[in-house]
Design a protein around this ligand. Sequence first.
Ligand code: C2O
Ligand code: CU
Length: 465
Amino acid sequence: MKISRRGFVKAAVATGAVMGVPRAMRAAGDGSPVLEARALSLQMVPPEFPQTAVWSFGGTVPGQEIRLRQGQRLRRRLVNRLPQATSVHWHGIRGDNAMDGVAGLTQAAVAPGAEFTYDLELRDAGTFWYHAHNRSLEQVARGLHGPLIVEEPEAPDVDADQVLVLDDWRLARDTAQIVADFDSPHDRSHAGRRGNLIVTNGQYDFARRVARYQRLRLRLINAANARVFPLALSGFRAWIIALDGMPLAMPQPVTAEILLGPGQRADLIADVIAEPGQAGYLLRLGEDQPRAQASFPVKGLESTALRDPPGPLPPNPDQAVGGLDTALRTRLNMAGGAMGRLEAAVVDGQRRDFVQMGEANQFWAFNGIVGMTDTPLITAATGQTVRVALVNDTAFPHAIHLHGMHFREIRPEGGLGPLRDTLLSFGGQRHEIAFVAGNPGDWLLHCHMLAHAEAGMMTWVKVTA
Ligand code: C2O
Ligand code: CU
Protein backbone atom coordinates (compact mmCIF):
# COMPACT_ATOMS: atom_id res chain seq x y z
CA MET A 1 0.00 0.00 0.00
CA LYS A 2 1.30 3.38 -0.98
CA ILE A 3 1.20 6.09 1.58
CA SER A 4 0.95 9.70 0.49
CA ARG A 5 3.39 12.18 1.93
CA ARG A 6 0.56 13.91 3.66
CA GLY A 7 -0.67 10.64 5.11
CA PHE A 8 2.84 9.77 6.19
CA VAL A 9 3.27 13.05 8.01
CA LYS A 10 -0.05 12.45 9.72
CA ALA A 11 0.98 8.92 10.67
CA ALA A 12 4.29 10.14 12.05
CA VAL A 13 2.56 12.76 14.11
CA ALA A 14 0.10 10.15 15.38
CA THR A 15 2.97 7.82 16.34
CA GLY A 16 4.66 10.65 18.13
CA ALA A 17 1.47 11.28 20.03
CA VAL A 18 1.11 7.64 21.06
CA MET A 19 4.74 7.33 22.03
CA GLY A 20 4.64 10.58 23.86
CA VAL A 21 7.97 12.30 23.67
CA PRO A 22 10.97 10.98 21.74
CA ARG A 23 12.97 8.36 23.57
CA ALA A 24 16.08 10.48 24.08
CA MET A 25 14.01 13.12 25.77
CA ARG A 26 12.31 10.63 28.00
CA ALA A 27 15.69 9.31 29.05
CA ALA A 28 16.67 12.87 29.89
CA GLY A 29 13.78 12.87 32.36
CA ASP A 30 15.37 13.23 35.77
CA GLY A 31 12.57 12.09 37.99
CA SER A 32 11.16 15.59 38.41
CA PRO A 33 7.39 15.60 38.77
CA VAL A 34 5.68 16.17 35.44
CA LEU A 35 3.70 19.30 34.70
CA GLU A 36 1.66 18.42 31.67
CA ALA A 37 0.20 21.13 29.49
CA ARG A 38 -2.77 19.84 27.55
CA ALA A 39 -6.20 20.57 26.17
CA LEU A 40 -9.33 19.30 27.91
CA SER A 41 -12.98 20.19 28.44
CA LEU A 42 -14.45 21.38 31.71
CA GLN A 43 -17.89 22.37 32.94
CA MET A 44 -17.31 26.07 33.52
CA VAL A 45 -20.92 27.24 33.22
CA PRO A 46 -24.22 25.78 34.53
CA PRO A 47 -24.84 22.17 33.39
CA GLU A 48 -27.51 23.11 30.85
CA PHE A 49 -24.66 24.59 28.78
CA PRO A 50 -21.87 22.61 27.10
CA GLN A 51 -18.41 22.07 28.54
CA THR A 52 -15.70 24.56 27.63
CA ALA A 53 -12.53 23.52 25.81
CA VAL A 54 -9.58 24.90 27.80
CA TRP A 55 -5.82 24.48 28.04
CA SER A 56 -4.48 23.39 31.40
CA PHE A 57 -1.38 22.69 33.44
CA GLY A 58 -1.97 19.38 35.19
CA GLY A 59 -5.60 18.75 34.18
CA THR A 60 -7.42 21.46 36.12
CA VAL A 61 -8.19 25.17 35.74
CA PRO A 62 -6.60 26.94 37.49
CA GLY A 63 -3.67 24.57 37.03
CA GLN A 64 -2.49 22.05 39.57
CA GLU A 65 -1.52 23.74 42.83
CA ILE A 66 2.22 23.52 43.48
CA ARG A 67 2.94 23.73 47.21
CA LEU A 68 6.47 23.50 48.58
CA ARG A 69 8.50 24.65 51.58
CA GLN A 70 10.83 27.64 51.66
CA GLY A 71 14.37 26.47 50.87
CA GLN A 72 13.20 23.48 48.83
CA ARG A 73 13.78 23.31 45.10
CA LEU A 74 10.96 23.62 42.63
CA ARG A 75 11.46 20.95 40.00
CA ARG A 76 8.92 20.37 37.27
CA ARG A 77 9.25 18.67 33.92
CA LEU A 78 7.00 20.58 31.57
CA VAL A 79 5.61 18.19 28.97
CA ASN A 80 3.88 20.06 26.19
CA ARG A 81 0.88 18.24 24.75
CA LEU A 82 -0.67 21.40 23.37
CA PRO A 83 -0.94 22.24 19.68
CA GLN A 84 1.20 25.36 20.36
CA ALA A 85 4.67 25.96 21.77
CA THR A 86 4.63 27.09 25.40
CA SER A 87 6.80 27.86 28.45
CA VAL A 88 6.27 28.40 32.18
CA HIS A 89 7.10 31.58 34.07
CA TRP A 90 7.19 31.45 37.88
CA HIS A 91 5.72 34.84 38.68
CA GLY A 92 7.34 36.55 41.67
CA ILE A 93 10.08 33.96 42.23
CA ARG A 94 13.52 35.47 42.69
CA GLY A 95 15.21 32.59 40.93
CA ASP A 96 17.77 31.59 38.35
CA ASN A 97 17.30 33.62 35.16
CA ALA A 98 17.67 30.55 32.94
CA MET A 99 14.54 29.13 34.66
CA ASP A 100 12.40 32.27 34.30
CA GLY A 101 10.45 30.78 31.43
CA VAL A 102 10.27 33.78 29.11
CA ALA A 103 10.09 32.39 25.59
CA GLY A 104 12.38 34.40 23.33
CA LEU A 105 14.42 35.90 26.17
CA THR A 106 15.50 33.23 28.67
CA GLN A 107 14.64 30.09 26.69
CA ALA A 108 13.17 28.90 23.42
CA ALA A 109 9.47 28.08 23.54
CA VAL A 110 8.90 24.38 24.17
CA ALA A 111 7.46 22.88 20.97
CA PRO A 112 4.41 20.59 20.91
CA GLY A 113 5.57 17.14 21.99
CA ALA A 114 8.77 18.46 23.56
CA GLU A 115 9.62 19.05 27.21
CA PHE A 116 11.75 21.23 29.46
CA THR A 117 12.81 20.75 33.08
CA TYR A 118 12.56 23.71 35.42
CA ASP A 119 14.67 23.66 38.56
CA LEU A 120 14.65 26.66 40.90
CA GLU A 121 15.67 27.40 44.44
CA LEU A 122 12.81 28.80 46.51
CA ARG A 123 14.44 31.50 48.64
CA ASP A 124 11.19 33.21 49.56
CA ALA A 125 8.07 31.92 51.27
CA GLY A 126 4.80 33.34 50.01
CA THR A 127 1.95 33.28 47.53
CA PHE A 128 3.15 33.11 43.94
CA TRP A 129 1.75 31.77 40.70
CA TYR A 130 2.92 30.32 37.44
CA HIS A 131 1.68 30.87 33.94
CA ALA A 132 2.52 30.35 30.29
CA HIS A 133 4.94 32.96 28.93
CA ASN A 134 4.69 32.31 25.22
CA ARG A 135 1.81 34.03 23.42
CA SER A 136 0.67 34.83 26.96
CA LEU A 137 -2.40 36.81 25.96
CA GLU A 138 -3.89 33.73 24.34
CA GLN A 139 -2.40 31.01 26.53
CA VAL A 140 -3.24 32.55 29.91
CA ALA A 141 -6.75 33.32 28.61
CA ARG A 142 -7.14 29.66 27.64
CA GLY A 143 -6.33 28.60 31.22
CA LEU A 144 -2.55 28.09 31.41
CA HIS A 145 -1.86 29.31 34.94
CA GLY A 146 -1.85 27.91 38.47
CA PRO A 147 -1.00 28.79 42.09
CA LEU A 148 2.51 28.34 43.48
CA ILE A 149 2.54 28.36 47.27
CA VAL A 150 5.79 28.40 49.23
CA GLU A 151 5.17 27.69 52.90
CA GLU A 152 7.07 29.33 55.75
CA PRO A 153 9.06 26.86 57.90
CA GLU A 154 6.79 28.01 60.71
CA ALA A 155 3.48 28.88 59.16
CA PRO A 156 1.12 31.17 61.08
CA ASP A 157 -1.44 29.36 63.20
CA VAL A 158 -4.65 29.26 61.17
CA ASP A 159 -7.58 26.86 60.92
CA ALA A 160 -7.53 26.78 57.13
CA ASP A 161 -5.33 27.95 54.28
CA GLN A 162 -7.45 28.86 51.26
CA VAL A 163 -6.04 29.80 47.86
CA LEU A 164 -8.42 32.00 45.84
CA VAL A 165 -7.46 32.43 42.19
CA LEU A 166 -9.50 35.25 40.67
CA ASP A 167 -9.99 35.15 36.93
CA ASP A 168 -12.38 35.98 34.13
CA TRP A 169 -13.22 34.14 30.92
CA ARG A 170 -14.57 35.44 27.66
CA LEU A 171 -17.06 32.79 26.57
CA ALA A 172 -19.57 32.78 23.73
CA ARG A 173 -23.02 32.89 25.32
CA ASP A 174 -24.56 30.01 23.36
CA THR A 175 -21.66 27.57 22.97
CA ALA A 176 -19.72 28.37 26.19
CA GLN A 177 -16.49 28.24 24.15
CA ILE A 178 -13.62 30.68 24.57
CA VAL A 179 -13.94 33.58 22.16
CA ALA A 180 -10.65 33.38 20.28
CA ASP A 181 -10.41 37.05 19.28
CA PHE A 182 -6.92 37.43 20.71
CA ASP A 183 -5.98 39.93 18.00
CA SER A 184 -8.85 42.28 18.84
CA PRO A 185 -7.54 45.81 18.17
CA HIS A 186 -10.16 47.16 20.58
CA ASP A 187 -8.88 45.08 23.52
CA ARG A 188 -5.30 45.93 22.66
CA SER A 189 -5.90 49.66 22.46
CA HIS A 190 -8.30 49.94 25.44
CA ALA A 191 -8.41 48.14 28.80
CA GLY A 192 -7.18 44.75 27.57
CA ARG A 193 -9.04 41.46 27.22
CA ARG A 194 -11.76 41.27 29.84
CA GLY A 195 -14.04 38.29 30.29
CA ASN A 196 -17.79 37.94 30.80
CA LEU A 197 -17.61 35.05 33.29
CA ILE A 198 -15.87 35.99 36.51
CA VAL A 199 -14.64 33.07 38.58
CA THR A 200 -12.82 32.06 41.75
CA ASN A 201 -10.81 28.83 41.46
CA GLY A 202 -12.55 28.20 38.15
CA GLN A 203 -16.06 28.41 39.67
CA TYR A 204 -18.57 31.22 39.17
CA ASP A 205 -20.20 30.34 42.53
CA PHE A 206 -17.24 29.39 44.70
CA ALA A 207 -18.24 28.64 48.30
CA ARG A 208 -16.46 27.15 51.29
CA ARG A 209 -18.05 26.23 54.59
CA VAL A 210 -16.53 27.80 57.70
CA ALA A 211 -17.30 28.04 61.41
CA ARG A 212 -17.65 31.21 63.45
CA TYR A 213 -14.37 32.49 64.92
CA GLN A 214 -12.31 30.34 62.60
CA ARG A 215 -9.11 31.96 61.44
CA LEU A 216 -8.46 31.64 57.70
CA ARG A 217 -5.44 32.50 55.65
CA LEU A 218 -6.76 33.69 52.31
CA ARG A 219 -4.27 33.75 49.44
CA LEU A 220 -5.66 35.99 46.72
CA ILE A 221 -4.15 35.74 43.23
CA ASN A 222 -5.31 37.85 40.29
CA ALA A 223 -4.73 35.63 37.26
CA ALA A 224 -7.00 37.59 34.91
CA ASN A 225 -5.70 38.89 31.61
CA ALA A 226 -6.61 42.50 32.31
CA ARG A 227 -9.26 42.85 35.02
CA VAL A 228 -8.48 44.92 38.11
CA PHE A 229 -10.42 43.50 41.07
CA PRO A 230 -11.63 46.01 43.70
CA LEU A 231 -12.37 43.78 46.69
CA ALA A 232 -13.82 43.99 50.18
CA LEU A 233 -14.69 41.54 52.95
CA SER A 234 -17.88 41.22 54.92
CA GLY A 235 -18.45 38.93 57.90
CA PHE A 236 -14.71 38.87 58.61
CA ARG A 237 -12.22 40.76 60.72
CA ALA A 238 -9.12 40.76 58.54
CA TRP A 239 -5.53 41.89 58.06
CA ILE A 240 -3.24 42.00 55.05
CA ILE A 241 -0.08 40.12 56.00
CA ALA A 242 1.70 39.98 52.64
CA LEU A 243 1.57 41.54 49.16
CA ASP A 244 2.93 39.91 46.02
CA GLY A 245 4.28 37.10 48.20
CA MET A 246 6.32 39.35 50.48
CA PRO A 247 5.42 39.76 54.18
CA LEU A 248 4.47 43.19 55.46
CA ALA A 249 6.51 44.40 58.42
CA MET A 250 3.23 44.70 60.35
CA PRO A 251 -0.17 43.18 59.53
CA GLN A 252 -2.45 45.89 58.20
CA PRO A 253 -6.11 45.84 59.23
CA VAL A 254 -8.40 45.69 56.19
CA THR A 255 -10.44 48.86 56.42
CA ALA A 256 -10.62 50.04 52.82
CA GLU A 257 -11.06 48.21 49.53
CA ILE A 258 -8.25 45.98 48.34
CA LEU A 259 -7.27 46.65 44.73
CA LEU A 260 -5.70 43.70 42.98
CA GLY A 261 -4.27 44.32 39.50
CA PRO A 262 -3.42 41.49 37.10
CA GLY A 263 -0.51 39.46 38.47
CA GLN A 264 -0.82 40.86 41.99
CA ARG A 265 -1.42 38.82 45.15
CA ALA A 266 -2.52 39.54 48.70
CA ASP A 267 -2.32 37.26 51.74
CA LEU A 268 -4.97 37.92 54.36
CA ILE A 269 -5.62 36.64 57.84
CA ALA A 270 -9.41 36.63 58.12
CA ASP A 271 -11.34 35.74 61.28
CA VAL A 272 -14.94 34.69 60.68
CA ILE A 273 -17.30 36.94 62.64
CA ALA A 274 -20.51 36.29 60.70
CA GLU A 275 -23.12 34.43 62.77
CA PRO A 276 -23.94 30.75 62.19
CA GLY A 277 -26.61 30.60 59.48
CA GLN A 278 -25.14 33.67 57.80
CA ALA A 279 -22.12 33.94 55.52
CA GLY A 280 -18.87 35.79 55.14
CA TYR A 281 -18.03 37.13 51.70
CA LEU A 282 -15.17 38.22 49.57
CA LEU A 283 -16.96 40.95 47.65
CA ARG A 284 -16.20 42.39 44.26
CA LEU A 285 -16.92 46.12 44.11
CA GLY A 286 -17.01 48.52 41.21
CA GLU A 287 -20.23 47.29 39.60
CA ASP A 288 -23.80 48.46 40.20
CA GLN A 289 -23.71 46.61 43.52
CA PRO A 290 -21.20 44.46 45.41
CA ARG A 291 -21.09 40.86 44.11
CA ALA A 292 -19.95 37.70 45.90
CA GLN A 293 -16.55 36.76 44.51
CA ALA A 294 -16.41 33.93 47.08
CA SER A 295 -18.92 32.90 49.79
CA PHE A 296 -18.19 31.43 53.19
CA PRO A 297 -21.42 30.08 54.73
CA VAL A 298 -21.07 29.76 58.50
CA LYS A 299 -22.07 26.49 60.18
CA GLY A 300 -21.55 26.30 63.93
CA LEU A 301 -18.84 27.68 66.14
CA GLU A 302 -15.10 27.01 66.05
CA SER A 303 -14.50 28.48 69.51
CA THR A 304 -16.23 30.87 71.87
CA ALA A 305 -14.01 33.87 71.28
CA LEU A 306 -11.95 35.65 68.65
CA ARG A 307 -8.22 35.11 68.63
CA ASP A 308 -5.69 37.86 69.27
CA PRO A 309 -4.65 39.89 66.23
CA PRO A 310 -1.97 38.09 64.16
CA GLY A 311 1.72 38.96 64.26
CA PRO A 312 3.81 39.54 61.14
CA LEU A 313 5.08 36.70 58.97
CA PRO A 314 8.81 35.97 59.24
CA PRO A 315 10.58 38.22 56.71
CA ASN A 316 12.08 36.79 53.53
CA PRO A 317 15.83 37.33 52.97
CA ASP A 318 17.22 40.59 51.53
CA GLN A 319 14.18 42.75 51.94
CA ALA A 320 16.05 46.04 52.38
CA VAL A 321 16.31 48.44 49.46
CA GLY A 322 19.19 50.77 50.36
CA GLY A 323 21.62 52.88 48.36
CA LEU A 324 18.92 55.20 47.05
CA ASP A 325 21.27 58.19 46.83
CA THR A 326 23.80 56.44 44.64
CA ALA A 327 21.22 54.50 42.61
CA LEU A 328 21.17 54.29 38.84
CA ARG A 329 18.16 56.23 37.63
CA THR A 330 15.91 55.86 34.66
CA ARG A 331 12.42 56.71 33.58
CA LEU A 332 9.71 54.59 32.04
CA ASN A 333 7.19 56.69 30.18
CA MET A 334 4.00 54.87 29.22
CA ALA A 335 2.18 56.30 26.25
CA GLY A 336 -0.37 55.31 23.65
CA GLY A 337 -3.71 53.57 23.60
CA ALA A 338 -7.12 54.93 22.78
CA MET A 339 -7.76 58.48 23.96
CA GLY A 340 -4.03 58.94 24.48
CA ARG A 341 -1.64 61.55 23.15
CA LEU A 342 0.86 59.36 21.36
CA GLU A 343 1.44 60.63 17.83
CA ALA A 344 4.29 58.40 16.76
CA ALA A 345 6.70 55.79 18.08
CA VAL A 346 9.45 53.48 16.92
CA VAL A 347 8.36 50.02 15.70
CA ASP A 348 11.16 47.64 14.67
CA GLY A 349 13.56 50.55 14.29
CA GLN A 350 11.18 52.59 12.11
CA ARG A 351 9.31 55.68 13.13
CA ARG A 352 5.56 55.10 12.71
CA ASP A 353 2.66 57.40 13.31
CA PHE A 354 -0.20 56.22 15.50
CA VAL A 355 -2.31 55.17 12.49
CA GLN A 356 0.51 53.06 11.09
CA MET A 357 1.06 51.55 14.51
CA GLY A 358 -2.61 50.59 14.60
CA GLU A 359 -2.26 48.90 11.22
CA ALA A 360 0.43 46.73 12.81
CA ASN A 361 -1.95 46.11 15.79
CA GLN A 362 0.49 47.95 18.08
CA PHE A 363 -0.78 50.73 20.32
CA TRP A 364 1.59 51.37 23.23
CA ALA A 365 5.12 52.59 23.75
CA PHE A 366 7.61 52.66 26.61
CA ASN A 367 9.87 55.70 26.15
CA GLY A 368 8.68 56.09 22.57
CA ILE A 369 9.54 52.53 21.57
CA VAL A 370 7.04 49.78 20.80
CA GLY A 371 7.88 46.28 22.08
CA MET A 372 11.20 44.62 22.89
CA THR A 373 14.47 46.25 21.97
CA ASP A 374 17.95 44.81 21.48
CA THR A 375 19.28 46.97 24.27
CA PRO A 376 17.73 46.88 27.74
CA LEU A 377 16.01 49.80 29.44
CA ILE A 378 18.87 49.79 31.92
CA THR A 379 21.98 47.74 32.65
CA ALA A 380 22.98 47.36 36.31
CA ALA A 381 25.74 45.47 38.04
CA THR A 382 24.72 42.88 40.63
CA GLY A 383 24.05 44.62 43.91
CA GLN A 384 23.43 48.03 42.37
CA THR A 385 20.27 49.88 43.36
CA VAL A 386 18.07 51.07 40.50
CA ARG A 387 15.39 53.75 40.60
CA VAL A 388 12.74 53.91 37.90
CA ALA A 389 10.26 56.77 37.55
CA LEU A 390 7.04 55.31 36.12
CA VAL A 391 4.93 57.89 34.32
CA ASN A 392 1.52 56.83 33.05
CA ASP A 393 0.78 59.23 30.23
CA THR A 394 -2.20 57.18 29.00
CA ALA A 395 -5.93 57.04 29.74
CA PHE A 396 -5.78 53.50 31.18
CA PRO A 397 -4.47 51.62 34.21
CA HIS A 398 -1.40 49.44 33.72
CA ALA A 399 0.03 46.70 35.94
CA ILE A 400 3.78 47.02 35.57
CA HIS A 401 5.56 43.78 36.43
CA LEU A 402 9.29 43.27 36.94
CA HIS A 403 10.62 39.72 36.67
CA GLY A 404 13.15 38.25 39.09
CA MET A 405 13.31 41.05 41.66
CA HIS A 406 10.86 42.81 43.94
CA PHE A 407 10.83 46.60 44.25
CA ARG A 408 9.58 49.19 46.72
CA GLU A 409 7.80 52.39 45.89
CA ILE A 410 9.62 55.56 46.96
CA ARG A 411 6.64 57.36 48.40
CA PRO A 412 6.27 61.03 47.54
CA GLU A 413 5.52 61.75 51.20
CA GLY A 414 8.73 59.96 52.21
CA GLY A 415 9.49 56.40 53.14
CA LEU A 416 9.32 53.20 51.16
CA GLY A 417 6.31 51.10 50.25
CA PRO A 418 6.02 47.33 50.66
CA LEU A 419 8.00 44.98 48.44
CA ARG A 420 6.03 44.21 45.30
CA ASP A 421 6.58 42.64 41.89
CA THR A 422 3.67 44.35 40.15
CA LEU A 423 2.60 47.98 40.45
CA LEU A 424 -0.82 49.23 39.47
CA SER A 425 -0.60 52.65 37.83
CA PHE A 426 -3.69 54.59 36.77
CA GLY A 427 -3.90 57.06 33.90
CA GLY A 428 -2.05 60.27 34.79
CA GLN A 429 -0.25 58.78 37.79
CA ARG A 430 3.45 58.93 38.48
CA HIS A 431 5.37 56.59 40.78
CA GLU A 432 8.98 55.99 41.52
CA ILE A 433 10.20 52.50 42.37
CA ALA A 434 13.55 51.23 43.58
CA PHE A 435 15.04 47.76 43.62
CA VAL A 436 18.36 46.12 44.27
CA ALA A 437 19.62 44.39 41.13
CA GLY A 438 20.30 41.31 43.19
CA ASN A 439 19.82 38.72 40.52
CA PRO A 440 21.99 38.52 37.39
CA GLY A 441 20.28 37.92 34.09
CA ASP A 442 17.85 39.40 31.57
CA TRP A 443 14.60 40.33 33.28
CA LEU A 444 11.41 41.34 31.55
CA LEU A 445 9.57 44.50 32.58
CA HIS A 446 6.09 44.71 31.10
CA CYS A 447 2.45 45.49 31.56
CA HIS A 448 0.58 42.48 32.96
CA MET A 449 -2.50 43.46 31.01
CA LEU A 450 -1.42 40.90 28.50
CA ALA A 451 -3.02 42.56 25.48
CA HIS A 452 -1.02 45.70 26.32
CA ALA A 453 2.19 43.69 26.59
CA GLU A 454 1.62 42.17 23.15
CA ALA A 455 0.68 45.58 21.73
CA GLY A 456 3.91 47.28 22.78
CA MET A 457 4.32 47.54 26.58
CA MET A 458 7.38 45.37 27.02
CA THR A 459 11.01 46.04 27.82
CA TRP A 460 13.77 44.46 29.88
CA VAL A 461 16.44 45.07 32.48
CA LYS A 462 19.93 43.57 32.33
CA VAL A 463 21.78 42.66 35.52
CA THR A 464 25.40 41.80 34.88
CA ALA A 465 27.20 39.29 37.11
CU1 C2O B 1 3.35 37.10 35.31
CU2 C2O B 1 6.02 38.36 32.47
O1 C2O B 1 4.68 37.69 33.88
CU1 CU C 1 -1.18 48.09 30.35
